[in-house]
Ligand binder design. Structure first.
Ligand SMILES: C[S@@+](CC[C@H](N)C(=O)[O-])C[C@H]1O[C@@H](n2cnc3c(N)ncnc32)[C@H](O)[C@@H]1O
Length: 303
């Protein structure tokens, strides 16, 4: 459900609502929610890159916002809970500032927040640069609150490359040499980004894929836990939470995006929402596929 007052967020959660979006400035919510409320915060904030929802094109505004928001997020996170902040790059006049730099500065300055991973999210599509290499990754910084934190690696395992491989010598000869439940996914994740022909694409200009949120939620939030996304946009974090049995509180300043998120949730309940499965293989280019005669056409084919 969508609510317009911060008090209604808490009442809705206490009444057992599992998908609640506050339509307003997340800073109102940060100032009013009880401390130690959320199990896991996952978000992708505005990058201040001239999108319709960015209030400026200034890196200094990103930095100022994060200095303000980070302590509040830490306060709202339960001890032993987690925070994952997904950011890209601020590029202006050809100068690239990776936004995880100021994000790290803001969060690591808070006592008791511990960085565990800087995850590189890589994807195949995006703008084609001509004066530098085309950007094909963004990052996720994962912090826990305290050192005794929730982490379910088994929930995030991926298939082993060689299933059933055994030790060929030594005392363990003949026994399985790798975990039959799969391997640790590592800290470089290749997950298709949401471009025009992605099944999850909505009118939101900057969605992240549900699969990205699912891997994080499965590993970093207990089943039934409360997930928070202060910049929830089209609700991808909430959809991932709902798919995997977690509760969700989002916030977005745009009524249009809140409505998109709510609509996606209703489609999910009606089993009509299309989501790209996390375990669906990424399409690799086929070297034997036909090469277009014209380079312009080739670029279009490669998306
Ligand atoms: C990068 S997008 C998030 C996209 C989201 N992860 C998804 O998959 O759809 C950032 C969002 O922050 C929202 N936003 C910007 N300033 C805000 C504020 N002060 N409070 C709440 N939301 C805000 C924008 O409307 C935008 O939808």
């Amino acid at each position: 459900m969508i609510v317009n007052s911060t008090n209604d967020v808490r009442s809705a959660v206490e009444a057992g609502e599992t998908f609640v979006i506050y339509n307003g400035d997340c800073r109102d919510l940060l100032g009013s929610a009880p401390t130690e409320y959320f199990d896991f915060t996952l978000t992708s904030p505005p990058y201040f890159m001239g999108k319709e929802y960015d209030r400026s094109y200034k890196l200094s505004d990103f930095i100022a916002d994060h200095q303000e928001i980070a302590p509040a997020i830490a306060q709202l996170t339960k001890t032993g809970g987690n925070i994952a902040w997904q950011v890209g790059h601020h590029v202006k006049n050809g100068v690239d500032v990776p936004l995880d730099f100021p994000t790290y500065q803001a969060f690591s300055a808070i006592e008791n927040l511990i960085l565990h991973n800087r995850i590189v999210w890589t994807f195949g599509h995006g703008a084609h640069a001509t004066k530098r290499f085309s950007g094909r990754h963004e990052t996720i910084l994962w912090f826990s609150k305290g050192n005794d934190y929730y982490f379910d690696l088994d929930a995030a395992r991926v298939p082993q490359k060689y299933r059933g491989k055994t030790f060929y010598k030594g005392p363990n000869k003949g026994q399985l040499s790798s975990n039959p439940n799969g391997k640790n996914p590592g800290d470089v994740w290749d997950i298709p980004n949401v471009k025009a022909n992605h099944v999850e694409k909505t009118a939101h200009p900057c969605q992240f894929p549900v699969a990205l949120a699912q891997r994080l939620i499965r590993a970093l939030c207990p089943i039934g836990g409360l997930v928070f996304d202060p910049f929830s946009g089209s609700g991808s974090t909430g959809i991932a939470a709902a798919l995997d049995g977690r509760r969700f509180v989002g916030a977005d300043i745009s009524a249009e995006y809140c409505n998109i998120a709510q609509k996606r949730y209703e489609l999910l309940l009606a089993q009509k929402l299309q989501v790209r499965p996390l375990d669906k293989p990424v399409l690799e280019p086929n070297p034997r596929s036909k090469v277009a005669r014209f380079p312009e056409l080739q670029a279009v084919l490669e998306g």
